[in-house]
Structure formats: C-alpha cells, structure tokens
Ligand binder design. Sequence first.
Ligand code: WAQ
Ligand code: MG
Ligand code: MG
Ligand code: MG
Length: 261
Amino acid sequence: MSLFSVRMRSSREEQGTPVHISGAERIVAETDLERVAATFVQRAMQHKNGTPDFVNLSIERVCPEEIMSLEALPIQTCDVEDVEEGHRAAHHLLCEAGVSSESANFAIALLKAGPAPGGRVMRGAVLLDAEQPIRMEPDPHRGVRVSKLDWEPSVLESWCNGIGHLGIARPRVWEAIAIASKVTAQPEVIAELCWSDDQSYITGYVASQQFGYVRVTHLKPLGSLIGGRVFFIRAGTDIQSLISRLEKQPALVDRLPTRPY
Ligand code: WAQ
Ligand code: MG
Ligand code: MG
Ligand code: MG
C-alpha cells in the first residue's frame, strides 16, 4: 500500500506580508488522498481566523521504511482559573522539565506578543535555547514546521475510545499530541510550549518526555489571534539536523502510552 504525506498551509497578505492563517499535515493511504485533500481545502477556506488568498496543498509519496515509530505522550490536565495562573503553571512545568526560568519567561512573553516580527503569528515553531533565551530558528518569520506525521488509524481509534470519557477525542487534541510526541522524541528537545492562534481556543500545553502532554486550560485571552509553539533545545544542538528530522522524517504515532492517561 502506498502512503502519502499531505500538507496544507494558507495565508493572507497584509501590508505586503503573507500572514499565516492555518496549516495541517497527515500521512494517508493513496485511496484516502482525494477525501483528505478535500477536507484540507475546506479547512483552509472556512477557518475562523479569516479567508486566505493563498493556499498551498502538497502531496508527496512517503517511503514506508523511513517511517519513525512514535509512542503517544500520556495526557494530564492542569485546570487553571485565568491566563496569569496558566502562565505560572506553564513556567513551573517548563522549569521542572529542565528549561531555565529565563528561557521559560522569554517563551511565554514571545507567544503573548506574537512570535514573528511585528507581533504576527508564525507558520512554524520557535526554536529556543533551553538555557539562555536565544532564538535558534533560521527564519523568525516562518519558524520550523513539523511535518509528515499522523496517527496509525487503528491506534487513533483505540486512543479515542480510551479517553472518550474526558471529552477530548477531537482532531485539535490528537493533532497536537502527534506534534508533541514527534517533537519531544527528538533527543535535542527538552520540552515544548504551545497555545493556539485560533481566537476561540484558549487551552494550550507543555509537553516533555518526563511529564507527557500537560494541558493547561487557560493560556491566552478568548478572542486573541496570537499563539504559537516554542521548542526548547539543548545548548550545542546541530540545528540543521534537528530541523531536517522535524520537517522531513515521516513519523506515525503507532503506540499508546505505557503509563496511564
Ligand atoms: N509545526 C510547528 N509549529 C506548528 C505546527 C506544526 N506542525 N502547527 C502549528 N504550529 C504553530 C503555528 O505557529 C501556529 O500558529 C501555532 O502553532 C498554533 O497552532 O486541548 O490548535 O494549530 O489539548 O492553532 C493545543 C491544545 C491546541 C489542544 C493547539 O494550535 C488541547 C492548536 P494551532
Ligand atoms: Mg493545528
Ligand atoms: Mg526529547
Ligand atoms: Mg491555528
């Protein structure tokens, strides 16, 4: 059976600069290509943050031997009252995972302000040195987009059945878990911080191999169009090698966590 990576990104030009609206990535069987491509076009055109004037859809064959096997990170939820408490919780989790207080604070301030120049959102993630608050991604407008990833369909089905009672068996959550599982599986990455750029979604997370995927229920104000991702990396990391794996190595979540949810 042939597998294909399908990727979508959409943007809208504002004052001469293309501003990211949405993106998505999957790995699917050839027989599912048309259906998934259609859902991506729909996703791009009907995004709540705006109508794009540019949509890029790309389809590439994936070599099955190259696929990296991923274990889904286990989930926990940290319930907080407001954004301030959420940021304190995220800061605490990041420090526990081995990020310096300075880098954690820098990352939170960056996602609050908009990580791209001019306070805009990025298509991909910021790479931040985990010790000192120094950005390492080559293009701070674009960032690093984790691509070529998905869940193995039967494993996703078991995962959905397993966490059904929590009410979070939704694409937004499983897509984020796939990203966090691929990102934290890289030996150079200590942790990830994320919150959405979708104006109606305020729950974000801190992920690490140590704690798994920890949802923090309030990380930004409702109505804000600003969000993003920060990957905290060890000092001395070979940036190009890490980026190449994050962007190009196909990966499938094909195992459930051995620890409880
Ligand atoms: N690789 C790198 N960065 C990405 C990727 C990717 N594949 N996808 C999104 N980003 C960055 C980009 O800068 C976006 O602006 C930002 O992350 C937010 O993306 O309840 O919905 O897709 O457990 O808006 C997390 C909590 C939801 C879910 C995250 O992010 C839950 C979310 P969004
Ligand atoms: Mg997304
Ligand atoms: Mg790691
Ligand atoms: Mg979004």
